[in-house]
Write a protein that binds this ligand. Structure first.
Ligand code: AMP
Length: 192
């Protein structure tokens, strides 16, 4: 089973992706987590990534496409995947869609997390206190939300028209457990 999650920073999609991946035994591919792991490597690339990410900007499409292509063909995705944070731009979306087509991979569900940006901001501010992420302060949050609207929202719209039967809007203002229940219900119904 293969799933794509869309949603702005602070919409809780990372939390849900983890829960759903565990529930259905599929791989959770968070490009944010993958990039944050690379930051610890201490090489030249990690410094470049740190500059880009701590300013709230997007890392290059070429780099992301390569990371994701490698993961998707790896053993860890044998049962399927949840993409969390990718595709984020039109270039990534074009690459991803042609990649899955040539690998005869089917997308079972596309979930689009909708949230009031004010609530998203508040959630990120409270997360920053727990996780100490350098990109979780208010100035950077605004850049990230802005990037989402400009770059990723149009991609989610494209998926909503092209995967209309498999595309579901999720009200991300709800409690974590409520959203989880809703996702599981949709998935179970869709798989029957
Ligand atoms: P996230 O945890 O998904 O909010 O990602 C944290 C940061 O990693 C983003 O603000 C970007 O700098 C970078 N990033 C994550 N995914 C992507 C992507 N698909 N394309 C470009 N940059 C990304």
């Amino acid at each position: 089973m293969n799933i794509v999650f869309f949603g702005p920073p602070g919409s809780g999609k990372g939390t849900q992706a983890k829960l759903i991946a565990k529930e259905f035994n599929i791989s959770h591919l968070s490009t944010g987590d993958i990039l944050r792991e690379k930051l610890n490597e201490g090489d030249n690339l990690s410094w470049q990534l740190k500059d880009i990410m701590s300013a709230g900007n997007l890392v290059s499409d070429e780099f992301l496409n390569k990371i994701i292509a490698d993961k998707l063909i790896s053993k860890r995705c044998i049962n399927g995947f949840i993409l969390d944070g990718y595709p984020r731009t039109k270039t990534q979306s074009d690459f991803f869609l042609s990649f899955i087509k040539s690998n005869q991979t089917y997308l079972n569900f596309v979930f689009d997390f909708k949230i009031d940006f004010k609530i998203a901001e508040e959630r990120i501010v409270s997360r920053s206190k727990q996780e100490q992420r350098s990109d979780d302060n208010l100035g950077v949050i605004k850049v990230r939300l802005d990037k989402y609207m400009k770059e990723t929202y149009p991609v989610s719209q494209f998926f909503s028209t092209n995967f209309d039967k498999n595309y579901f809007i999720i009200d991300a203002d709800q409690e974590v457990s409520q959203i989880q229940k809703e996702l599981i219900k949709i998935i179970k119904k869709g798989l029957n």
